[in-house]
Design a protein around this ligand. Structure first.
Ligand SMILES: [Zn+2]
Length: 323
């Protein structure tokens, strides 16, 4: 083989290798897991909002397994490791996730960005009383049946706007290269939530009945306050308490007095209480879903927060006989 041939052959091989590398890189970028931003959220609304904003630019994982009742959730050791290895951790606050503080105190990832979405929101107690969390205990302790602060802040859709701002502001801090993308996706989502808020305002303005009665825990106080509705529930903020007979009698009396034909139940808890009220009064059962978590089926079907809320609106309109 002469020198010229050897040279040509070598050039050909080099060109082939360069092409191969180029081809592989373009068609199959090596999966470099450590480069992708990892976000952990607790409850479903935070997961759904984050997923919508990030598109395919980052990875988001919901800590709550689908089908689990969120208030009784306790993280496993593997969840703690997952939080420790993530870039952003998003949770509702210390009332919804009382376990979060200890985990965050013990974490050794100093780059972890933590978003407590209740920071910067006005928190409410029951019966639509807006309270200051610091002064809550001694001011209101003896005035209300449902003691404490309501953690279900996402059920006021104006709060969702602030929650989305918190998420996007943190995202652009650690991934400024994609800030235009995050901003525009967040704007689109905020706009969808504005429209949702408008349909609730419109849909619930002319109703025969001004009250909705819930055989579940007190999760819809923010929603009731925003749209000027009366809301009665069988349990307090946490779904772990059994209602007293007196509580049930009050609910049954209200149903009869206001000639209410429907009683609401919630999906991830036993509908036993709502069924008892229904048996007592003949009221029909309607689902009202706080969307803190999804059933396994809804999670598999990629159901969105907004679609759950639209279903809630339909049921509220039916339950309160709105035009
Ligand atoms: Zn709840």
């Amino acid at each position: 083989m002469n020198k010229y041939l050897v040279f040509s052959f070598s050039v050909l091989i080099i060109i082939t290798i360069i092409f191969a590398i180029f081809f592989i890189n373009n068609n199959n970028p090596p999966p470099n897991d450590s480069d992708r931003i990892k976000i952990i959220t607790t409850i479903f609304p935070l997961y759904d909002f984050t997923k919508t904003i990030i598109g395919d630019k980052a990875d988001v994982f919901m800590l709550l397994p689908p089908g689990i009742e969120p208030h009784s959730f306790e993280p496993k050791p593997s969840d703690i490791i997952r939080i420790n290895q993530s870039d952003i951790f998003i949770y509702t606050g210390d009332l919804m996730e009382p376990w979060a503080k200890d985990i965050l105190d013990g974490i050794d990832n100093e780059n972890l960005q933590v978003i407590n979405i209740s920071d910067g929101l006005e928190l409410m107690g029951a019966n639509s009383v807006v309270v200051d969390i610091e002064n809550y205990e001694h001011e209101y302790e003896h005035k209300h049946e449902h003691k404490g602060i309501d953690p279900h802040v996402w059920l006021d859709f104006s709060n969702c706007q602030i929650i989305i701002n918190s998420i996007v502001n943190t995202l652009i801090k650690i991934d400024s290269a994609n800030s235009i993308f995050y901003f525009s996706e967040a704007e689109r989502l905020k706009n969808d939530l504005f429209m949702l808020d408008d349909s609730f305002k419109e849909g619930l303005s002319f109703c025969e009945i001004d009250t909705f009665i819930h055989g579940g825990h007190y999760a819809f106080g923010y929603l009731a306050e925003r749209y000027g509705l009366n809301y009665l529930s069988a349990q307090g903020f946490m779904p772990n308490s059994e209602p007293t007979v007196k509580d049930l009698i009050i609910l049954v009396e209200q149903l009869r007095e206001k000639e209410i034909k429907y009683v609401f139940y919630e999906e991830l808890l036993s509908p036993k209480i709502a069924e008892t009220i229904s048996n007592e009064t003949g009221a029909e059962l309607l689902l009202l879903n706080p969307a803190s978590n999804l059933s396994k089926k809804d999670f598999k079907d990629n159901v969105s927060f907004i679609s759950i809320m639209n279903k809630n609106l339909e049921n509220l309109k039916l339950g309160m006989q709105c035009q």
